[in-house]
Each structure stands twice: as C-alpha cells, then as structure tokens.
Design a binder for this molecule. Structure first.
Ligand code: HEC
Length: 245
C-alpha cells in the first residue's frame, strides 16, 4: 500500500515537469542594475529555489529588467524604479517574474548589500513590510554551525567556554535587531570572506592572500539552514550582552 502511495505521489509531483518546461531564459539589465552586482546575488538564489537559470545578454533577451516607465514595477533603488518586461513566452522567465514579485524574491532583493550606493527594495506601490522568511532546515544548520562556526563562536548557550573571547556568541548576535540580515550576509562580513566561500556565490580567494585557516566552503542551502538554526537559538538576556562587544 505504502509503495502505491509513494508511486502516486511521485507521479503527481513529476507530472508538471513532463511538458518540457523551459528551464532557462535570457535576461538583459538596465545599466544601474548590472553595475550594482544585484543579479549575481539574486540569480543563484532564484536557481536554488526553482531550478531555473538565466544568462545575461545585452540584446534580444527573453526578459528585460529596465527602468520602469510606470508599469508593473518590481523593485526600486532610491528614486529609481525598475520593472521586469517579459518579451516572449518563456516559462522560466515567467517563473522569475513570479519569484521576484513574491515575498521571498522581495526579501532576497532587499538582502543584497551593494559594494557601494543604496540598497534595492520593494517598489513604492508595493512597499509592504517584508518580514524575513526563514525556511531552511534547522537540524542541518546546527550541524553546519558545529562543523564550521563553533571553533570561533559559541553557537549554543550550553556550549560554554568554547568560544574565542572577542568573537560574539550566536545568542549575543540574536539580541541585535538586524540579526537576520547579519546571518544572511555573514559570509560577506569580516572576517569570514578571508576563509569562507559560498559555493556559486563568493568569488575565489585572492591567490596573493591565502586563507589564514583551513578554508571552509558552504552551500547556499547551508546558509539558509544556519539561519533557521539561529532562529531557534534563544537570544542572550541583556545582562549577558557584554559578550557581544
Ligand atoms: C575563524 C573564526 C570564525 C569562524 C570560523 C566564524 N566566524 Fe563569524 N565572526 C568571527 C569574528 C571574529 C566576528 C566578529 C567580527 C566583528 O565584530 O567585526 C564574527 C562575526 C560574525 C557575525 C556578525 C557579523 C557582523 O558584522 O555583524 C555573524 C552573523 C557570524 N560571525 C556568523 C558566522 C557563521 C554562521 C559562521 C559559520 C559558518 C562563522 N561566523 C564562522 C569569527 C569567525
């Protein structure tokens, strides 16, 4: 019986893939966007979530991210509003449009920290409060934290005495109002880029500056799992907050 149910579920979940749905599309970018590095941040995350990929082209794209002329805005940076224009029927491009408009897409755009200039955010019309969506696997996150973070951070309150003095504990970081942003982007925040890479996201280490410790490589899925784990770590009570500085 079980086996039949499993088979049924399998057929059900595999059916939508049968129609040879396009998994790839081409995308062209407004100059403001290509200069910012935004798509290098969001496209791997979109691909992780949906299995759909985009290549950046300069002409004849399936979809174009352009400065909006008032229609269907998807994001904004300061006063500049951008729209996604679908040029032809392409399921993957359509998926991208849906993802960008979704809460997860909007959060991903908002989480990107440009090397310089303002951050991107929701377009003015849909400026809803975007609360972070945490959907990683907390159990996996705990394992990743033990393997890769615990040598410097105290990752759980019960692991007393296991942390380096100047390094904030995860419980202390949890007291900060923007802890989700910090844990979403920790790999780009010092000191981590010198020894830690996120597969498909981080640039390779500068060969002239080899990592000071055995380098660590994590996947985006593990970054999300870490966030889910940290969400479960109780924040330090404020009396103990001194250890965060
Ligand atoms: C080699 C030691 C080391 C390892 C390993 C390490 N960190 Fe850190 N981390 C630090 C130090 C030191 C700081 C404090 C940096 C500062 O205050 O400028 C820090 C800060 C942080 C912050 C706060 C960043 C900020 O600027 O607000 C987060 C979040 C963080 N680490 C997450 C992690 C996670 C997740 C891992 C495991 C995947 C990890 N760290 C592994 C040393 C480490």
């Amino acid at each position: 019986m079980r086996r039949w149910i499993a088979l049924f579920v399998f057929l059900l979940t595999s059916l939508p893939l049968k129609g040879e749905e396009t998994r790839h599309f081409t995308l062209s970018l407004a100059e403001e966007i290509s200069a910012s590095g935004l798509v290098d941040y969001i496209l791997p995350r979109f691909a992780l979530k949906t299995g759909r990929r985009a290549s950046i082209v300069t002409a004849d794209a399936d979809a174009r991210l352009v400065v909006a002329d008032g229609t269907a805005p998807v994001m904004a940076r300061g006063d500049v509003v951008f729209a996604l224009v679908l040029e032809r029927e392409n399921d993957a491009a359509k998926r991208f449009a849906d993802w960008l408009a979704s809460e997860i897409g909007q959060n991903t755009v908002a989480a990107f920290e440009p090397a310089d200039g303002l951050r991107f955010g929701p377009p003015p019309e849909v400026a809803v409060a975007v609360a972070p969506v945490i959907e990683g696997d907390a159990g996996l996150g705990r394992e990743v934290a033990e393997a890769h973070c615990a040598r410097c951070h105290r990752i759980a309150p019960e692991m007393r005495g296991m942390t380096l003095g100047s390094t904030p504990s995860f419980a202390a970081l949890k007291t900060l109002p923007d802890w989700t942003e910090r844990f979403t982007a920790f790999y780009a925040l010092n000191p981590h880029p010198s020894f830690l890479l996120v597969e498909g996201v981080s640039p390779p280490f500068d060969p002239s500056r080899p990592p000071p410790i055995v380098p660590v490589e994590v996947t985006l899925e593990e970054v999300e799992a870490l966030l889910a784990y940290v969400a479960k770590v109780p924040a330090a009570d404020l009396g103990a907050d001194i250890e965060s500085r």
